[in-house]
Design a protein around this ligand. Structure first.
Ligand SMILES: *[C@@H]1O[C@H](CO)[C@@H](O)[C@H](O)[C@H]1NC(C)=O
Ligand SMILES: *[C@@H]1O[C@H](CO)[C@@H](O)[C@H](O)[C@H]1NC(C)=O
Ligand SMILES: *[C@@H]1O[C@H](CO)[C@@H](O)[C@H](O)[C@H]1NC(C)=O
Length: 359
């Protein structure tokens, strides 16, 4: 032990005094170069590799195609083409593991997992390695890293992809505070939506979302957004904000959920029909009109992005009755715009219906 200790100390000393600039990320060992010239790994060519994106964030709707800009060049410029390796990777959330999106060497490109055959390099000009993502879906949001490797040089930049959408609270037909985390995911997917992220809930709150029931978010935490403090929702002493229950047990705890919806294609409409319909008739009437009965996520997206305003209560696919209001007016619910809900009445009740056609 007495002999080992000095050895260990020397080893520690060596490890701790290695210059911080050393990067091993492209699999090369830099030691010889660094011994020559610590702190400047570019000395061997005198040329610096630069990588940049002109934007910090890009916004997209679900179903659209999107371009995440990224460029590389050399300072001073080099003559003749150089073989570089381009790698795009993705961080769904700040804590999440990185996953590969696309790698390219010359004309060869390879894409991975959920991105397979859905992503391409734009390559409209020399140095253009912008990433095109087709058929963007609700799961694609997050931070993307664009990395270029040329021999010993390795430079990168990041671009955030944010989905334009709307956050809404959801309770299932069987009642309040009934969903485990997995059931919450299924409930949102059933409405063509995803469980909202904390960031999306914050945007919703900034746009006025006020809801006094706690709901799951995508990271397994439970929150609710309050814009007008009141006694029943944490008391009058608290300022407006997002109330947090923190992380909850995903199988043992039960809450509502906040869903996130974003659609680009198609239209949502109130069906013109001579009679009021029970639920089974409503489902059938949309089919006869060449559409499907709308889901809750469709109605919220249409209200938010197509400004659907209709003071007629109608059936939706989950068996709830709702209607969307942009311009509040007497006999059409509260004084704020919003999607009004009458919960889940008996399926034999007669109402109108909202349909969704994707084409
Ligand atoms: C997205 O790109 C694909 C392939 O290039 C194309 O077929 C599709 O029509 C595009 N979609 C939109 C919404 O522009
Ligand atoms: C999003 O991810 C969930 C779970 O990872 C998956 O079940 C769902 O199908 C995905 N949705 C889309 C539109 O890819
Ligand atoms: C709706 O009405 C039809 C008759 O038009 C009836 O056959 C059906 O059982 C009713 N459905 C419900 C859920 O009440």
């Amino acid at each position: 032990m007495a002999v080992l200790q000095p050895l260990l100390l020397i080893l520690l000393h060596v490890l701790l005094t290695c210059p911080a600039e050393i990067k091993f990320s492209n699999g090369f060992f830099y030691q010889d170069i660094l011994r020559e010239n610590i702190g400047d790994v570019h000395w061997f060519t005198g040329v610096k590799l630069k990588v940049s994106s002109e934007v910090h964030s890009v916004f997209a709707m679900s179903g659209s195609n999107v371009t995440l800009p990224c460029w590389y060049w050399y300072e001073p410029p080099v003559s003749g083409p150089r073989q570089v390796r381009v790698k795009w990777s993705w961080f769904p959330s700040p804590e999440a593991q990185e996953s590969d999106v696309l790698v390219a060497i010359g004309d060869r490109q390879r894409s991975f997992r959920d991105f397979k055959d859905r992503v391409f390099l734009q390559q409209e000009a020399p140095g253009d390695i912008s990433l095109i993502i087709t058929h963007v879906n609700l799961n694609d949001s997050g931070q993307y890293r664009c990395e270029v490797i040329d021999g010993l040089e390795d430079e990168s930049t990041t671009v955030d992809l944010e989905l334009r959408g709307v956050v809404y609270p959801y309770q299932p037909p069987f009642g309040h505070y009934r969903l485990t985390f997995t059931e919450a995911q299924k409930a949102c997917e059933g409405q063509d939506s995803a469980v909202a992220t904390f960031k999306q809930l914050v945007s919703g709150w900034q746009e006025g979302l006020d809801w006094c029931n706690a709901g799951w978010l995508a990271d397994g935490t439970v929150h609710y957004p309050i814009t007008q403090p009141r006694q029943a929702c944490g008391g009058l002493d608290l300022t407006p904000g997002i109330r947090s229950y923190g992380s909850r047990h995903r199988r043992l705890n039960h809450y509502d959920v906040f869903c996130f919806s974003s659609i680009l294609r198609g239209k949502v409409y109130y069906l013109q029909h001579p009679q009021k319909l029970n639920f089974t008739e409503a489902v059938q009437a949309c089919i006869e009109d060449g559409a499907l009965i709308a889901k809750v996520g469709h109605l919220y997206a249409a209200w938010k992005f197509m400004r659907l305003d209709r003071c007629d209560a109608g059936w939706l696919a989950d068996g709830s009755i709702r209607y969307p209001i942009i311009n509040p007016r007497p006999n059409c619910g509260p004084t704020e715009p919003g999607v009004r809900s009458f919960g889940f009445p008996s399926s034999s009740q007669k109402h109108g219906v909202y349909c969704y056609s994707a084409s």
